[in-house]
Design a protein around this ligand. Sequence first.
Ligand SMILES: NC(=O)N[C@@H](CC(=O)O)C(=O)O
Ligand SMILES: [Zn+2]
Length: 426
Amino acid sequence: MGILLKNGKLLELETGELLPREILIEGKTIQKIAEQLDTTGHEVVDLGGGVIVPGFIDMHVHLRDPGLEYKETIETGTRAAAKGGFTTVACMPNTKPILDTPELMNYIYETAEKTGYCKVVPYAAITCGGRGEELTDMQALKEAGAVGFTDDGVGVQVAGMMRTAMERAKELGLPIVIHAEDESLSGKGCMNEGEVSKRLGLPGIPGVAESVHVARDALLAELTGAHLHVCHISDASAVDAVRWAKRRGIRVTAEVTPHHLLLTDEGIDGTDANWKVNPPLRTENDRKACLEGLLDGTIDMIATDHAPHSVEEKQRAFQVAPFGFVGLETVFPLLYTELVAKSQQMTLQQLVHKMAVAPAEVFDLPGGRVAEGGVADLTVLNLEEERIIDPNDFASKGRNTPFAGWKAKGWPVLTVCEGRITHSRP
Ligand SMILES: NC(=O)N[C@@H](CC(=O)O)C(=O)O
Ligand SMILES: [Zn+2]
């Protein structure tokens, strides 16, 4: 007995056409796609006219497990992911302890298998403890299933250390994934350095703290032949550095978050730490550069940088509260509403490409397409349903979003991960 999805419209990714199609799922596989299928012996699920797209893939998620379970667990984080239409997430190693051993890779895989609502692929740390002093056993970490190496949360400060890391990553065929931040430039900053930080009297983080690392690591990727992936790009000169590197034939890819596409530092009043994130929200010029980079292919994909913190932590004063926003449950409706429906700056198929197809391609992961014989990872969207974002509705333990109260449409109503229904809403 399989699952038969009826009354849905399949998004054709090349043309954007919505094709009336029925889908038969057996086990973990999409068995058949046709205009009409025989229902006998199958569990029928009525999609109510919803739009079928490949399951989303998020390459930047903080699941906080192990050690910081008061912020999030693999169970709550993946439940939030499934609710947001995701079937795969890559989790960041800045947990407690840092994910720097094969045993910790195994812990992630085993816990996700037992309690997860989507597939979880872990990144491993570049340096032991994320301290930037000594490289991890990258080969053993690859053998244990790491999808790439990153010290996300902090930048690797010493260029020579990054060079050696890239040489090893190149040999292993895995990407180096960077949180681009030169600490000698970012210092104790808590928001973007500019007009707004000056007005508020808050210490700033200049855009160059990011772009000098992007440029440095692009050059090191050229030298070593490694694949460099740039996390959460936010600054116009960093986008230019990626564009330049791609033109030069360097193997570099990049991601941008929904908040850097939609918000600027103008929204910060210095009292609400739900607006505090790293890299910080920057200027309108930077925001536009990120969007332009996404549309012209400089930036390959969208990633949420889902970074849950407790309510208590985010109630602290702006300067001392931790950086980060949750994002898994709101990213699609926000971007669909703002960039597709309201302003037509993007098409639906472009957005789905950036959230599902591109991450699967760049990181060589299963999924990213809805096709016969392929893995049954898919999401059904109700593009008409409009709702107000209320953090109290989140499955995530985190409530920290600057988008509370925004009205958005295009909510995921059904998520199927490897043939299993992981989220379903009437
Ligand atoms: N993005 C953030 O503001 N915070 C992240 C770290 C990170 O992704 O750099 C976190 O772990 O909380
Ligand atoms: Zn980061």
